[in-house]
Design a protein around this ligand. Structure first.
Ligand code: NAD
Length: 377
């Protein structure tokens, strides 16, 4: 099986899909691995690091795409490269399939078998392939550092002969994978941390990290079988905002991570709430790429609202590309290894497997994921 890893072309991407250690594992499985020249440049990895692991180095991206049985990427494929790949080629990357229905159609029409890394099921067995989690974890860490760096005060308490400094107050809204890591990071830096999530099961996890769980009675909220939050009604969101306003007003840092899978992120911090925050405080909107949790946040910008800075940086994991690449690459490697057939030395696309059923979006000329198929008219 010929596996090709092209360079990422997405603007500003610093992460790469496959690091040499995972490329070597694929070679050892019996794959014929080819990487585009310069694949590792953003991490300071020369082509020789891949060549020494048994990979071929390609300087003809188009030809390599055309010959590959499997293409591995991080970001979705550029539209003009879909037609270059051969029918039956397995393409694995992020696809953003809820928003990219046109792209999904094109992948199906081209006869590609397209796997979306966002759609790997949240099951125990698939945890090692779960790129959403691995990247969100790093994103949560980076969000705290980005905020701390811009805050004009320190996070920990300090008792010194020159006086006592009280700890900064950090409020985390949305305690999934990113939120939990944000809590842990802020605690490590010595802040006083509060957190809120609509899923009540999270309370114990928040407490176990030494943070305080903010309770707001929203009535029935719950979660899906995959552990995702259910969308709130407008009345519930209004109640939530009211319950959180005081905590936001007292906070030095607010980090919002709230997502509802497959939908636009809920607006949970309104302009009114931001207006009541202390000048000098920092808001990091981690949901900025999916619509934003904070009214007024702008992608890749810092918006100043009367001294409150709203940070809307996209691709937070891309700010720690070495480890983000290591984890994504390992997620990809684990997925491939899980379905690798030693006999045929190729990826066995088991159509009746629960993991494949979850993440395979297009196959044999059709859109095969029922949720995505429903979205495509
Ligand atoms: P996510 O990125 O979809 O959402 C982030 C958080 O926002 C979630 O905790 C969600 O409850 C919360 N949220 C949604 N609306 C909100 C609102 N209005 N106000 C406040 N918070 C709101 O979530 P995620 O990080 O991908 O993970 C969600 C959960 O899935 C995890 O906590 C975990 O329990 C589960 N999970 C399981 C596995 C596994 O079993 N393999 C892997 C990863 C995650």
């Amino acid at each position: 099986m010929r596996i090709f890893v092209p360079k990422e072309t997405h603007g500003g991407e610093t992460r790469i899909a496959v690091i040499p250690a995972n490329a070597e594992k694929l070679v050892k499985l019996g794959a014929d691995v080819e990487v585009e020249a310069g694949l590792g440049t953003s991490l300071g990895l020369p082509d020789s690091d891949y060549a020494s692991k048994g990979c071929r180095i390609s300087s003809d991206r188009k030809a390599s795409l055309a010959e590959a049985d499997m293409v591995l990427r991080l970001n979705k494929p550029p539209r003009d490269e879909i037609g270059l790949m051969k029918k039956g080629c397995i393409h694995i990357s992020y696809l953003d399939p809820f928003n990219e229905t046109g792209l999904v159609k094109e992948l199906a029409n081209a006869g590609l078998s397209a796997i979306s890394m966002e759609m790997i099921p949240r099951t125990t067995i698939a945890q090692k392939m779960d790129a959403l989690s691995s990247q969100a974890n790093l994103g949560g860490y980076v969000a705290v550092l980005v905020a701390a760096e811009r805050l004009t005060r320190i996070l920990p308490m300090m008792m010194t002969p020159a006086g006592t400094i009280t700890p900064a107050r950090v409020f985390i809204i949305g305690v999934g994978v990113a939120g939990l890591q944000a809590i842990a990071t802020a605690k490590r830096l010595g802040a006083r941390v509060e957190a809120f999530d609509t899923r009540p099961v999270v309370e114990e996890q928040v407490k176990s990290l030494g943070a305080k769980f903010v309770k707001i009675d929203l009535g029935e909220t719950g979660q899906t079988k995959d552990g995702y939050a259910k969308a709130l009604t407008e009345e519930q969101l209004a109640k939530q905002r009211e319950g959180m306003a005081k905590h936001c007003a007292e906070a030095d840092i607010v980090i919002t991570t709230a997502q509802v899978f497959g939908r636009k992120a809920p607006v949970i911090l309104t302009a009114d709430m931001v207006a009541k925050m202390k000048p000098g405080s920092i808001v990091v909107d981690m949901a900025v790429e999916t619509g934003g949790n904070v009214e007024g946040s702008k992608l890749n910008e810092i918006v100043d609202v009367n001294g409150v800075k709203i940070v809307g940086f996209g691709n937070l994991p891309g700010r720690v590309p070495v480890h983000a690449s290591q984890m994504y690459s390992s997620n990809l490697g684990n997925l491939i290894e899980h379905f690798w057939s030693k006999e045929s030395k190729s990826f066995n696309l088991k159509l009746d497997d629960e993991i494949i059923k979850g993440c395979l979006i297009a196959h044999a000329g059709d859109i095969v994921n029922p949720t995505i198929k429903n979205l495509v008219k």
